[in-house]
Design a protein. Structure first.
Lengths: 300, 318
């Protein structure tokens, strides 16, 4: 058996097109997908602000200053201040951390769990597939809000808990997509060959099936990033996510924003723009990435 | 076809049972007790334990959870969803009071989204990587990115400031006063419709793009058919399957999922009812609503699969 293994691992490659350097690839991405490049720019800017929030932010996001309540946007407070006199710009900058944290953790864990279940479901087939599929059906049919309400009442409204509520609905969606791809990957002759050579199931799944479902996984991951950020905002808006005084964008829109909207529209305006811009960036980038990664959509 | 239908209908049962069981357990695991809320006291310790026990016994909450679940299921089979612990009214009556509004918003928003999305998505696909495509994509991704509650707040502000409009206090059904009904629902419907138009446009664009690369489309071009015929007669029919799936699932979601929109526009719909019921720990109402939402979801999914066969004669169910 071991005699044949080197053959299995041997990779034959015939370079059809000259290999591009990373810089060239980025340049060609920007040229062919200007919208995607724009999205990437927004994401990078958001990452930059989130990482350096403590140096970039002009004020402490938690510091209430009752001397400057409802200050209009000015040179001192670019985005104005809220009803506690907290600087809106600083809160938005720190809010980027929460949005990115929830977005990345929820999307990554949801898609990874979903992908694993999807591959298992496709590979095992039979009863395992039927049971897993029914479980995914239940998760899909279960209203996300009830889940979020339950999580918030059991664990309390807080950022790490909202991740759970945002992650769970992502799992069945990722599982569906990955399962469909894994079903067709499974039928490939190289999988049959590995099995014939005595490759154990975990080995086949981890080394041969998982790498081949990476494209839908990555597409799902980027697509769910924006959705997760939006879900966190909506849950925090409903009081089921982050709790005061956490500078979460959704929370900033909830309590004070509508009630003071006529008096101080900037309190609600800027967090809304921040949410929209973030989700916009991730969706633009995700779309272009899908166009690039999905062989069915490549070229014309 | 008949066996397929029977099989699918049978598979619905475990899903619904699963959902019902999960919500049953969740509602009883979360802290807070409806009896405490009804009796008024909370952590003050002033409630008479005997009164509490009597109340729990009266509501049947002192029985083992499995027994409670069995009782509830037996009721559901007879279309008896129990009485609301909070208002004392039959749950079915309370739900039917709010369902027309939610259904109307869901139907109208779905219509708005499909009417906008399908032509725009096809146009974007046919003119891929042109400025038309870019504009449609930016507008549709905008619809995805802008939180609907934020749009709602902006719309209401705009209406209040410029037209002195106030959110209505009571829902007017279309058969009572169509004009008043229209005025009440036009903004929520447009807000929600734009968002779902965005989702559907993206789906239409990507499936049309895929179909346009198929061999039979190349044949159609090679035959010298006009673009309109190739795109509408040949490409559209095949591209619509995933779009139908999406529209159907979104519709099922819209019936119970518009909590945020309903609270922004102060509409008394199913979504807000769920949240209030969870807040009051009104077990029968939450169970009935989750069951209803899940039921809509699985039925819509079944209908989607059946339309597949109608749209694509190659698909035959066994």
């Amino acid at each position: 058996m071991s005699v044949n293994y080197p053959l299995v691992h041997a990779t034959a490659s015939a370079p059809l097109t000259p290999r591009l350097t990373f810089a060239q690839e980025v340049a060609s991405f920007v040229r062919t997908k200007p919208l995607g490049a724009g999205g990437l720019l927004i994401i990078l800017a958001m990452l930059f602000v989130a990482l350096l929030a403590h140096t970039l932010a002009p004020y402490d996001p938690y510091l209430a200053d009752y001397g400057v309540q409802f200050a209009r946007p000015s040179g001192e407070h670019w985005f104005g201040t809220d009803e506690f006199g907290r600087d809106v710009l600083s809160r938005i900058m720190y809010g980027a951390r929460i949005a990115l944290f929830v977005g990345f953790t929820a999307s990554f864990s949801g898609c990874s769990l979903g992908a694993l279940l999807g591959v298992l479901s496709a590979y095992c087939g039979g009863t395992v597939d039927l049971l897993l599929e029914r479980m995914m059906d239940i998760l899909l049919a279960f209203p996300q809000l009830i889940l979020a309400l339950a999580v918030a009442s059991i664990l309390g409204p807080a950022v790490p808990n909202v991740v759970i509520a945002v992650t769970i609905p992502i799992i069945p969606r990722a599982a569906r997509v990955v399962r469909a791809t894994a079903l067709s990957v499974k039928e490939n002759q190289y999988v049959e060959a590995i099995r014939a050579l005595g490759g154990a199931h975990p080995r086949v799944i981890l080394q041969h099936i998982l790498p081949n479902v990476m494209a839908p996984y990555i597409i799902m991951l980027t697509a769910q990033l924006g959705t997760a950020i939006l879900a966190e905002a909506a849950l925090s808006y409903l009081g089921l996510g982050a709790a005061e005084p956490t500078p979460s964008w959704g929370l900033m829109l909830s309590g004070s924003a509508p009630s003071y909207a006529e008096k101080a529209p900037w309190i609600g305006l800027f967090p809304g723009i921040a949410i929209s811009l973030a989700v916009f960036g991730f969706s633009l980038f995700g779309d272009s990435l899908r166009d690039t990664l999905d062989p069915k959509l490549r070229g014309r | 076809m008949r066996t397929y239908l029977a099989k699918r209908l049978l598979l619905i049962l475990p899903t619904l049972l699963g959902v019902a069981a999960v919500v049953f357990v969740i509602m009883r695991v979360i802290p807070g007790d409806v009896t405490l809320l009804i009796l008024g006291g909370d952590q003050t310790g002033r409630i008479d334990p005997q009164q509490l026990a009597a109340m729990r016994h009266q509501l049947g909450l002192d029985q083992p959870i499995a027994v409670q679940f069995g009782t509830w299921l037996w009721g559901v089979l007879r279309f008896d969803f129990g009485t609301s612990l909070w208002t004392g009214q039959p749950v079915l009556q309370e739900v039917l009071l709010r369902l027309p509004l939610s259904l109307e918003v869901a139907i109208l928003a779905t219509v708005v989204s499909v009417v906008l999305a399908v032509p725009l998505g096809m146009l974007a696909a046919v003119r891929q990587d042109s400025w038309v495509d870019y504009v449609i994509r930016v507008v549709s991704i905008g619809g995805l990115a802008i939180p609907s509650f934020w749009v709602g707040i902006l719309v209401i502000l705009f209406l209040v400031i410029y037209f002195g409009w106030g959110p209505p206090l009571e829902f007017t059904p279309p058969w009572v006063d169509p004009w008043a009904n229209f005025q009440q629902l036009v903004w929520p419907v447009l807000t929600v419709g734009y968002r779902y138009a965005a989702v559907t446009t993206r789906m239409t664009r990507s499936t049309v793009l895929e179909v346009l690369r198929e061999d039979y489309i190349r044949t159609a071009w090679a035959k010298g058919l006009r673009e309109r015929v190739v795109v509408i007669r040949h490409a559209m029919k095949n591209a619509m399957l995933p779009v139908i799936t999406l529209v159907g699932t979104e519709f099922a979601f819209l019936i119970g999922g518009l909590v945020v929109t309903e609270s922004v526009f102060t509409l008394n719909g199913v979504g807000r009812f769920v949240v209030d019921a969870v807040a009051h720990r009104d077990y029968p109402v939450v169970q009935a609503l989750v069951f209803l939402i899940a039921f809509c979801f699985v039925i819509v999914n079944l209908l989607i699969d059946l339309t597949y066969a109608w749209f694509d004669p190659r698909i035959r169910y066994h």
